[in-house]
Every structure is written in structure tokens, then in C-alpha cells.
Design a protein around this ligand. Structure first.
Ligand SMILES: *Cc1c(COP(=O)(O)O)cnc(C)c1O
Length: 487
């Protein structure tokens, strides 16, 4: 496809905007003013529309195709939540507006959304209070670890170590390390989970806390989780629940009831914000009672007169972790989504997410290896190690073959403890028909791996670009290379 600049025809024009009817006021000094017109592509409106529509069609998204990217919860997000976020009374607010501007007409509604979302998330997780400010899951993790540090510092405890399972999401050890802790990885059992003995083996008085997901990145719920929390508490450690993907347990289990002290949620995975492309997101952090005083400033509170206000008077707070009120539009989408689904709706989210993942697991468990054959939660992890061993077809080749079949590949080579991992998260929003066509495509790929493995090494062949060096594509981006070459 040609670049927009390459399509330029000198003199071609799009719509001419009306001439303005306000006086021109230029206070810039003359040397800052452009002497010659900018070199912009010259095109008609239709040329531009077709160019960008064509680009958009090359994009892969949940609105066009099935996207079972494990641990990312690429579910369909109802457009109603988008409509709420676009309401002018919210979308046009300036973050510096005073809390009671125009008698509260302007900002009280937004503060109420923040306040009530906090209450809803408390109810969903069983935590005592939330900060809405973190802007991603990883940001929530760092906030959570800072809360742990503040707690131990105030008690005068010398704590040095954070424990994580070997199946952990990479951001967990990274967050702990950035906060200055030593990270100790706990090996999973042959059942794919953390057991009590493994925790005992590494536990000592210097353990500040444990971070984990439950269900873990294999999609497995840990039946010993309560005992593990108790064990960490026995050395005055804190237990951190990575709730990036809460789909599996919504309305079923509450981390706070199990004994977790800190929880982060990815509103951009579980609660109706399109996810991918690096943002924007929101990773609210909820805490147990003993940690509320350390939460970042500001917190939205409800005053005795019923007005909502921002509370900065929190002497033990870890301070600012983000400007203003977090990613307000994302929080608003989550609020709309939770209110729209209600209690029963959220429970059905969990049930259907789990049902869909188990359906795929059972239909594919003969064609691919299933390293941990147990009922899974919101995702299942298969392995292409049989295909690699027998036909030199790897998880990467299966993933690329899926692109030709019109599906986004699952997450591959993660979790790290599974050889040739294929981590499939169908989400609750997909129909049985979609799951069946994905299953059919996977079964066909398993067949092609036996009969024509070479064709899979060349896949994909139907996409705008074929096999890329994905590391170079991410680390060595040349978006203007063609232009630069032309001078
Ligand atoms: C996505 C994810 C994260 C990180 O969330 P970001 O918003 O991408 O920073 C952390 N833990 C788990 C389990 C995840 O799936």
C-alpha cells in the first residue's frame, strides 16, 4: 500500500473550510512563522477517506474477529459503555475544575462516579477501599508494592523479599524489583499450582509479601490459597492478588474473603474497555482495612452534607502516584458496565467465561497436548510440543496458521513453564458458533502439521505482511523510512 504522501497530486484539494470571522491575532515573532507552505500531501477528501478506511480494515480487533489472546481478556465491550464515556457532561470536563464549581453542577457527577465505582469494586472484591488512580495493571502493582513497603516501614519491620510463582505474569516480579525488593520465584507443582510446602520452603521473617493470580496463568484455581495466605500472614507478610483478569471469579469468590490484603483490577480487561495497543487503561487498587490509611492521595469522600470531595488530608498516604483522578473515562466505562450487568450479569460473565474455556479445552485436548488436565477457569493452556517433536511445527507456526484462518492467535510461549504453550482465553462474549469455527480451524492445523508442515512454516500468506521479525518490528520501528530515503 502506498503512503499518503506518495498518493499526493499537486493542486488536488479536499473540502475548503469556511473562512473564519474572528480577527487574526498573531503574537508570535516573525522568525517563528512559516515562510513557505507546509509540504503536506495534496489529496481529495475521498482519497483520504479511502486511504484510512483501507488502513483500518487491515487492523485486527474484537469488533472484526475472534481474539483468544490468553491473559489479555480481549472480550467484546458493549458500545453502551462507550456511549456513556462520550457523554459531553463527562467527556468535556476539565480536570482542574473546582470540586464545587457552579454549585457542584459541573464536577459532582464525576466525583460521584469515582466514589460509587469504589463502592462497587469493594463489593465485587471484598476489599475495604480502592484508589482509582493507577493507569494500568502494572501501575497498580507498583502502587500495591509501595503500599506494602509503607505498611512494613511504619511497623519498623525489616522486609526484603517478595515471593512470586514461576507461572507469574512478568509484570509481578518486575514491579517488586522496581520497588527495590529481592524477588524469589516459587516453583509450581506437577499439578501446575503453588503448594503449601513450596511456600514453607522459602518463607522467612524477611518476606514482605507474596504476589499471585488465582486462577493462575494456567487458568487453574489454587485449592490451597487460603492456607497460603495464612502462611504469609504468619510472618506478617502481605498477600497481593493480581486481579488483572477477574472474569473467572466475578460474583463467585472475593479475594478479600480469602484473605488477600491488596488487589489490583484491570478495568481494561474485565470491565468493558477495549484493550490492546498499549492503552489507555486503569488499574484500581483495593486494600484490606489495615492498609487504607496508606492509599494514595487524593481519595473521593462523601461529606456529611452529601457533597463529594477530594480528600488530601491523609498523613500516612504513600502520596501521589498519578495526576488528577486516574483515567476517568475508563473508570466511567467500568461503572456503566457494572451497573448495566448487575449482580446476576456479572455472575453469568464468570460462568460463561469458564464454560467457554473448558469447551475449547475438551474439544482440542486430543489434537494437542494438555500439560495440566484439570477443569480450568477463564483460560486453558495447550501445548504444541507433540507437533514440534513429530513434525517440527511449533506453537509459532500454529499461531501464524490461525491468522490465515481469520483468527487472532492465542498467547504463545507463555506461561514460561509450558513448552510450546498455546494460551487460549475465549472470554464469555463469544458464541458457540464462533468457538466451533475456531476449534475446527485448530483441528485442521493439527492435521496440516502432519500432512504438510512446510506450508505452516510459511504462514501467514493472506495477511498484508507475512512473517515478521517481531522483535525487530517492536524495537526498531521505522515509520518514516520511505520518506527519509526520498529525502
Ligand atoms: C495484563 C496483565 C497484567 C498487566 O496489566 P497492564 O495493564 O498491561 O500493565 C498483570 N497481570 C496479569 C495477570 C495480566 O494479565
Amino acid at each position: 500500500m502506498k503512503l499518503l504522501y506518495e498518493k499526493s497530486i499537486p493542486g488536488r484539494r479536499g473540502v475548503q473550510p469556511c473562512t473564519h470571522d474572528v480577527p487574526v491575532s498573531i503574537n508570535l515573532s516573525a522568525d517563528l512563522l512559516r515562510q513557505e507552505p507546509a509540504e503536506l500531501p495534496e489529496l481529495s477528501e475521498l482519497d483520504v477517506i479511502r486511504h484510512f478506511t483501507e488502513l483500518a480494515r487491515r487492523n485486527f480487533g474484537v469488533d472484526t474477529n475472534f481474539y483468544p489472546l490468553g491473559s489479555c481478556t480481549m472480550k467484546y465491550n458493549p458500545k453502551m459503555a462507550e456511549a456513556c464515556a462520550a457523554l459531553p457532561g463527562f467527556a468535556d470536563l476539565h480536570p482542574l475544575l473546582p470540586q464545587l464549581a457552579c454549585g457542584g453542577m459541573l464536577t459532582q457527577g464525576a466525583l460521584q462516579v469515582l466514589y460509587e465505582t469504589d463502592l462497587l469494586l469493594r463489593e465485587i472484591t471484598g476489599m475495604a477501599a480502592f484508589t482509582m488512580q493507577p493507569m494500568a495493571g502494572a501501575h497498580g502493582e507498583l502502587t500495591g508494592i509501595m503500599l506494602m513497603a509503607a505498611y512494613h516501614r511504619r511497623r519498623g519491620s525489616k522486609k526484603t523479599t517478595i515471593l512470586v510463582p514461576d507461572s507469574s505474569h512478568g509484570t509481578n516480579p518486575a514491579s517488586a524489583a522496581i520497588a527495590g525488593y529481592e524477588v524469589v520465584s516459587i516453583p509450581s507443582t506437577e499439578k501446575g499450582i503453588m503448594d503449601v510446602e513450596a511456600v514453607k520452603a522459602v518463607l522467612h521473617e524477611g518476606v514482605a509479601g507474596l504476589m499471585l493470580t488465582c486462577p493462575n496463568t494456567l487458568g487453574l484455581f489454587n485449592p490451597h490459597i487460603k492456607e497460603i495466605c495464612d502462611l504469609i500472614h504468619s510472618v506478617d507478610g502481605l498477600v497481593y492478588y493480581d486481579g488483572a483478569n477477574l472474569n473467572a471469579i466475578l460474583g463467585k469468590v472475593r479475594p478479600g474473603d480469602i484473605g488477600f490484603d491488596i488487589v489490583h483490577l484491570n478495568l481494561h480487561k474485565t470491565f468493558a474497555t477495549p484493550h490492546g495497543g498499549g492503552g489507555p487503561g486503569a488499574g484500581p487498587v483495593g486494600v484490606a482495612k489495615k492498609l487504607v490509611e496508606y492509599l494514595p492521595v487524593s481519595l473521593v469522600v462523601k461529606r456529611d452534607d452529601g457533597a463529594y470531595a477530594l480528600d488530601y488530608d491523609r498523613p500516612h498516604s504513600i502520596g501521589y502516584i498519578a495526576p488528577f483522578y486516574g483515567n476517568f473515562g475508563i473508570i466511567l466505562r467500568a461503572y456503566a458496565y457494572i451497573r448495566m450487568l448487575g449482580r446476576q450479569g456479572l455472575i453469568r460473565v464468570a460462568e460463561n467465561a469458564v464454560l467457554n474455556a473448558n469447551y475449547i479445552m475438551h474439544k482440542l485436548k486430543d489434537a494437542f497436548d494438555l500439560p495440566y488436565p484439570r477443569t480450568c477457569k477463564h483460560e486453558c493452556v495447550l501445548s504444541a510440543s507433540r507437533q514440534k517433536r513429530e513434525n517440527e511445527v511449533r506453537a509459532l507456526d500454529i499461531a501464524k496458521g490461525l491468522l490465515d484462518a481469520g483468527f487472532h492467535p492465542p498467547t504463545i510461549y507463555f506461561p514460561l513453564i509450558v513448552d510450546e504453550a498455546l494460551m487460549i482465553e475465549p472470554t464469555e462474549t463469544e458464541s458457540k458458533e464462533t468457538l466451533d469455527s475456531f476449534i475446527a480451524a485448530m483441528l485442521e492445523l493439527a492435521q496440516i502439521a502432519k500432512t504438510d508442515p512446510a506450508s505452516l512454516h510459511n504462514a501467514p500468506v493472506t495477511t498484508p505482511v507475512s512473517r515478521l521479525d517481531e522483535t525487530a518490528a517492536a524495537k526498531n520501528v521505522h515509520v518514516t523510512a520511505d520518506l527519509a530515503a526520498k529525502g
